[in-house]
Unconditional design. Structure first.
Length: 226
């Protein structure tokens, strides 16, 4: 009896969140803002790859960029983004392990609701809880860094099933991590998510970043008013 009540409450919370997420997604699409949710474990390279993506977008003449930096605490990542000259809002969840719509709406309002071409969310470092919560993004991506090991696809399947793209990061470590099996990772991930796009990248060397940005630009063209 107790267990059933807990499940009902979770379903109600998720349903209300999904409704708000759909409204947010539609509003941003109508004003030309493409919203990308970036999820991964702590240290997988979220902030670093965001800075590499920002640099590549700028090389291509895209300047209107903004980042919501979610963390349990601290403004460390938000400051790194600001130092790169990009509008950034810090979203401290105060210990909550995921980001939900009320938080996204408040963070977005803090930008002054000026439309931009790309809005990124660096989600909480966590491969579990964020998979459940729609943040109103048009595209969801996850990172898996080479040092974490390819077998995380078997341990955290809901995250791999929830995203549009898997971005393998820190591929400059591949020569040191010979047991990282890219083929098995891709095979298992596509069993969970047949439509998954996979990118192999290094923010350190720049490998794979142009291909990833090509894909982001194509996603934007498909999902958002020009
Ligand atoms: N070798 C290497 N290190 C990286 C790469 N990307 C990030 N790092 C390092 O990994 C650590 C964590 O990166 P960070 O972007 O802060 O991860 P986050 O916690 O997911 O935002 C930092 O020391 C980065 O310099 C990469 O492509 N190659
Ligand atoms: Mg970070």
């Amino acid at each position: 009896m107790e267990q059933r009540r807990i499940i009902e409450v979770k379903q109600n919370i998720l349903a209300a969140n999904d409704e708000a997420a759909d409204a947010f997604r539609a509003a941003r699409a109508a004003e030309g803002t493409f919203f990308v949710d970036v999820m991964a474990s702590p240290g997988a390279g979220k902030t670093t790859i965001l800075l590499a993506i920002i640099a590549e977008l700028r090389r291509r003449g895209v300047e209107d960029l903004a980042v919501i930096e979610a963390d349990l605490e601290s403004d460390v990542d938000a400051l790194k983004i600001k130092e790169a000259g990009v509008a950034s809002v810090e979203l401290n969840t105060r210990g909550v392990c995921h980001v939900e719509m009320g938080m996204v709406e408040r963070a977005f309002a803090a930008f002054g609701e000026t439309p931009c071409d790309y809005l990124f969310l660096e989600n909480i470092g966590n491969l579990v809880c964020p998979a459940d919560f729609d943040t109103g993004a048009h595209t969801r991506v996850m990172l898996l860094s080479v040092p974490e090991g390819w077998d995380k696809v078997m341990k955290y399947p809901p995250m791999f099933a929830a995203v549009d793209a898997l971005i393998v990061t820190k591929c400059d470590y591949l020569p040191l991590n010979e047991d990282f099996d890219m083929e098995r990772l891709t095979e298992h991930a596509r069993l969970l998510n047949p439509a998954l796009d996979v990118f192999v990248t290094s923010a350190r060397t720049g490998e794979g970043i142009p291909a990833l940005v090509d894909w982001l630009q194509a996603q934007r063209a498909e999902k958002v008013r020009a």
